[in-house]
Design a binder for this molecule. Structure first.
Ligand SMILES: Nc1ncnc2c1ncn2[C@@H]1O[C@H](COP(=O)(O)OP(=O)(O)OP(=O)(O)O)[C@@H](O)[C@H]1O
Ligand SMILES: [Mg+2]
Length: 332
């Protein structure tokens, strides 16, 4: 997207988010970014800030989940001298530091109920009261919050204030998990390979088509962050100029081979049980042989079979024309 180097992706869901970012960046509306870990929530917050008229003012991230509850209030709102034991001087909080800019309240679902009340007041009145202060002060801060929790569910179980939830999500942005926009995977792979290759100019690492198909099919529980970390690691550690299936981490390879085992179902027209069982057996045998690099003894152990039983099964497959055969090289 021209002039939009932030959020890589051409999937319709991402294109919508790119348009939304542009629209909301010209306002001061409070934004709540929701989505699984690693889907790009912070990237969206930074993009909104950077494109807004506040872009040259501070962007202050606060991780509400990482700061102990008893410190969070003074971190966010600051404190007066002597407000609590150890408060030897007055200290500005994140809202003061963000004045004129944007505060990013990450993991806002972790905020304690008393602090939720205080945040609600800030959103309503645009003024803060430092811990121990008897007066409030006006602040000009745009608030963007993010959470990987299902906040509606937290509201339903009374762990998050409903009024604050509505105040925060004036503009809700929901980041889709990577597995729901797989068509962006090749683009992201190219982007991260280029980014990390640039740091290592003496050699360029590429990816084979087959390995790319594996990355496409993998489910990415850690989303874009997991993909980026993997590619960075592969570029640094690769002995070879290409990332191949064999060099991918074993959790990805076994996820793919298990996913590719067909799971036959009984349809209205019925099912040929014998051939379905045979095919299922074949796939597992093939997977066991692949994992053990063709070692029949080890493969038989993985399958809970005697080596002779496995060999007999392999011979029988070979003898029956038309059956699905495990890879030829394992049969020799
Ligand atoms: N669409 C994207 N294009 C380019 N880079 C992306 C994209 N989405 C995420 N990233 C990168 O992935 C990493 C994780 O993104 P980010 O920190 O924004 O995720 P997050 O949703 O805040 O995760 P968490 O919930 O774990 O904090 C970052 O390095 C970010 O730059
Ligand atoms: Mg984050």
């Amino acid at each position: 997207m021209d002039g939009f180097p932030f959020l890589i992706g051409q999937h319709p869901l991402i294109q919508k988010i790119q348009v939304l970012i542009k629209k909301v960046s010209s306002t001061d509306a409070t934004v709540l970014v929701m989505g699984e870990s690693g889907t790009g929530k912070e990237l969206v917050a930074r993009a909104i800030h950077a494109l807004s008229t506040r872009g040259d003012r501070p962007f202050i991230p606060v991780n509400c989940g990482a700061i102990p509850a008893e410190l969070l209030e003074s971190e966010i709102f600051g404190h007066e001298r002597g407000a609590f034991t150890g408060a030897i001087g007055a200290r500005a909080g994140m809202f003061q530091l963000a004045n004129g800019g944007t505060i990013f309240l990450d993991e806002v679902g972790e905020m304690s109920p008393p602090l939720q009340v205080k945040l609600l007041r800030v959103l309503q009145d645009r003024e803060i009261r430092p811990v121990g202060a008897d007066r409030t002060m006006k602040v000009d801060v745009r608030v963007i919050a993010a959470t990987n929790k299902d906040l509606q569910h937290e509201v339903d179980r009374n762990a998050f204030r409903e009024d604050l939830f509505y105040r925060l999500q004036v503009i809700p942005i929901i980041m889709p998990p990577l597995r729901e926009r797989r068509s962006d995977i090749p683009l992201l792979v190219e982007h991260f390979l280029e980014k990390h290759n640039r740091k290592k100019p003496e050699r360029t690492v590429q990816i084979t088509e087959e390995a790319m198909v594996h990355l496409w099919e993998y489910d990415w529980p850690g989303n874009v962050r997991e993909l980026e970390n993997l590619l960075e690691r592969m570029v640094i550690l690769s002995e070879d100029a290409a990332i191949r299936v064999e060099t991918l981490p074993s959790n990805i390879r076994s996820f793919i081979s298990e996913k590719r085992i067909p799971k036959p179902s009984l349809t209205a027209s019925g099912l040929d049980l014998n051939s379905a069982v045979e095919e299922f057996e074949n796939r597992l045998i093939e997977e066991a042989l692949r994992r053990t690099k063709g070692n029949k003894q080890a493969a038989a152990r993985l399958l809970g079979l005697k080596r002779t039983t496995l060999v007999a099964k392999l011979r029988r497959r070979k003898a029956v024309p038309g059956t699905v055969q495990p890879s030829q090289n394992y049969l020799l």
